[in-house]
Design a protein around this ligand. Structure first.
Ligand code: FMN
Length: 214
């Protein structure tokens, strides 16, 4: 399985989302899933924010683009190729101010590209191109935003990820949200990590099973 593994926490060794992502990879290996990992650390290698030339180039048909336009799109084109080449996508990130870290937004802005990750049909329908890829989002949150909790309505991260990746064709992604990881007693935080690790084992088992049936 070709796995694109993307980390987006600004923290390195002490990052909880990174450690949960590593845990998931080891769960997959325990399930005897053979992995070819394409690793991307968005903090060390951030995509650019969208600028004016990018916006013009992205909506100019490929055959009409100038060399400068192609240059402006080069990193985005490379990132699109990496998501398209993958069989499975693993995204790990902390919640930052109710949504993703800004570097992950820049990543999304780079991988939603007409003619690459989505196409528009002659009748004007948007057709996402990532229908083949499984996807798992691991998110960490300092507070507990699970359904029924007082802050649950402030989770703008899950719906935003669903919208962006649904648009480019990702169907039925898995979500493992570790919460509360920070603003709670140590016992609550440990329980949250245990819940997340158990859910990650379940997702790994599911992916391994699906792969065996392919
Ligand atoms: C800039 C910043 C903004 C944050 N915003 C939120 C937030 O909106 N909601 C929340 O529950 N936790 C928030 N947190 C806490 C992190 O989501 C939490 O500590 C998480 O476990 C960090 O994951 P990491 O160790 O992988 O970076 C924020 C942390 C930082 C640094």
């Amino acid at each position: 399985m070709k796995l694109l593994h993307v980390d987006a926490s600004p923290k390195s060794e002490r990052s909880i989302s990174r450690s949960l992502a590593r845990h998931f990879v080891s769960c997959l290996r325990k399930q005897n899933v053979e992995l070819d990992i394409d690793y991307l650390d968005l903090t060390k290698n951030p995509p650019s924010y969208i600028d004016e030339l990018f916006t013009i180039a992205a909506y100019t048909p490929a055959v009409q683009r100038t060399a400068a336009m192609e240059q402006a799109l080069a990193r985005s084109t490379e990132l699109c190729q990496r998501v398209l080449d993958a069989d499975a996508l693993l995204f790990a990130m902390p919640m930052h101010n109710f949504s993703y870290p800004s570097v992950f937004k820049a990543f999304i802005d780079n991988i939603i590209r007409a003619e690459l990750t989505y196409v528009v049909s002659s009748s004007g329908q948007y057709i996402g191109q990532l229908t083949r890829q499984k996807a798992l989002f691991i998110t960490t949150r300092g507070t507990d935003m699970r359904a029924g909790m007082p802050l649950s309505h402030m989770d703008a991260l899950t719906p935003s990820l669903k919208a962006a990746f649904g648009f480019i064709g990702v169907q039925n992604p898995s979500f493992v949200n570790a919460q509360p990881t920070q603003f709670a007693a140590a016992e609550e935080r440990e329980k949250a990590l245990e819940r997340a690790r158990n859910q990650l084992s379940d997702v790994a088992r599911k992916w391994a099973k699906e792969q065996n049936f392919q």
